[in-house]
Design a protein around this ligand. Structure first.
Ligand code: ZN
Length: 406
């Protein structure tokens, strides 16, 4: 996640992509849940001093069950500072941001979803190209270091002895409203897509509270975030989504975990740190090497080893595996060919291809990029309701969803 975009054109109610399976979600909403009026906060409570026995217990647990972290934005740092170049960078002792390979090892991170994130301002401009470049960067990075291995399945993740690299696309704006692009991202190795970042897309609304006037009446999880959907809440550690964020420490973060457990149960919680996606992190949790500090605090609060195994990796792998099962069960189905109507996309930069009836033949002089006569380039989004397919109206900032299609 990065700071909110100043953009965010309100979009009409989104047409759901019926065959997109989504699993889950919403650190932002969970943060909102925590700040529900009337709930208590211990955000300014001093962090409890570390206890040697608990510290060793946390580290032993993480040695046996290395973290599968759902969200890291180091690829964006590489774009910003090195123009996506890897030749002049040593990621082992990389100190530009909050992540390095050495620090991931110290933090007992066994698998990392790297975010292919590009800012919302790129929507309807060059978001797709930039996202493809980020995916290329992640793939090159994972091929360049002997301690990394790109994986795209639960089996490969469990079998590798290296730090598993996975790819997540952060923000539905990267799709450019195209299911073809969604399928292509999958082929390239992406295994989740967040529906939105901090901007709406023509088919989904951002839940960024205070930024867009949606869901002002919602406190806590919407029905999408309830555990009955079988998903998992990937908790972000970014101070920006924590209560009393300037004073946040490990105790503040643990409060969020306690609260989420009380709402939906520990089996539906994972960790998506968001390191390198935000400037500020809680005291004591400043970089990816500090995950054991959080696990130690949760042990101190009475979380069982079994619960923490789930939080560290088991819960995410369960969801990931369920997604794979549905994919396998759906293999006989044909890919969805619905298109988002060009008329409902606002960008004046899009090429609108001529559409011919099957009984027509293109004249040799007819160019494919001719503008359709019925096309009105400045048609307002707000006046055109999308009608692509039933089903998906979702709202998630910085959310995680695992998807497949058939
Ligand atoms: Zn991010």
């Amino acid at each position: 996640m990065r700071p909110p975009s100043p953009e965010g054109t309100p979009a009409p109610r989104g047409p759901p992509l019926r065959r997109l399976l989504l699993v889950l979600l919403l650190p932002r909403l969970v943060s909102d849940a925590h700040t529900t009026p009337g709930t208590s906060s211990s955000a300014t409570r001093p962090a409890t001093p570390s206890s040697p026995s608990l510290r060793e217990r946390a580290r032993a647990l993480m040695r046996d069950f290395p973290l599968v972290d759902g969200h890291n934005d180091m690829p964006l740092v590489l774009r910003q500072f090195y123009r996506q170049g890897l030749h002049d960078v040593n990621l082992r002792n990389f100190s530009r941001g909050q992540t390095s390979l050495d620090r991931l090892r110290d933090g007992f991170v066994g698998a990392q979803f790297w975010s292919a994130y590009v800012p919302c301002q790129t929507q309807e401009r060059d978001a797709l190209r930039l996202t493809l470049e980020q995916i290329d960067l992640i793939r090159r990075m994972c091929a360049s270091y002997s301690e990394l291995e790109l994986v795209t399945s639960v089996k490969a993740l469990n079998n590798t002895r290296k730090l598993a690299c996975l790819i997540g696309v952060e923000g539905g704006h990267s799709l450019d409203s195209s299911l073809s692009i969604l399928r292509t991202f999958y082929v390239l190795g992406a295994r989740y897509l967040t529906l939105t970042h901090t901007c709406n897309t023509p088919w989904a609304e951002s839940s960024a509270k205070g930024i867009h006037p949606f869901y002002n009446n919602v406190s806590g999880l919407t029905s999408f975030g309830e555990k009955k959907n079988g998903g998992i809440v990937m908790v972000s550690l970014s101070s920006g989504v924590l209560q009393c964020n300037l004073l946040a420490n490990v105790s503040t973060v643990a409060d969020h975990f306690d609260y989420i457990r009380a709402v939906i149960g520990s089996k539906f919680i994972g960790i998506g740190g968001d390191y390198d996606g935000a400037r500020r992190f809680p005291q004591g949790l400043e970089d990816v090497s500090t995950y054991p500090v959080l696990i130690e605090e949760l042990l101190r609060r009475g979380w069982s080893g079994e619960e923490l195994q789930g939080v560290l990796r088991g819960n995410l792998l369960r969801v990931f595996g369920q997604v794979e099962q549905v994919r396998e069960a759906s293999k006989g189905q044909r890919p969805l060919e619905d298109e988002f109507p060009d008329e409902q996309l606002s960008s004046s930069c899009r090429s609108v291809l001529s559409r011919l009836h099957q009984t027509q033949y293109p004249s040799p002089y007819q160019k494919l990029t001719e503008i359709s006569p019925e096309w009105s380039p400045k048609q307002s989004l707000s006046k055109s309701l999308p009608i692509m397919a039933p089903g998906l109206i979702v709202i998630a900032a910085c959310s995680v969803l695992i998807l497949w299609f058939w």
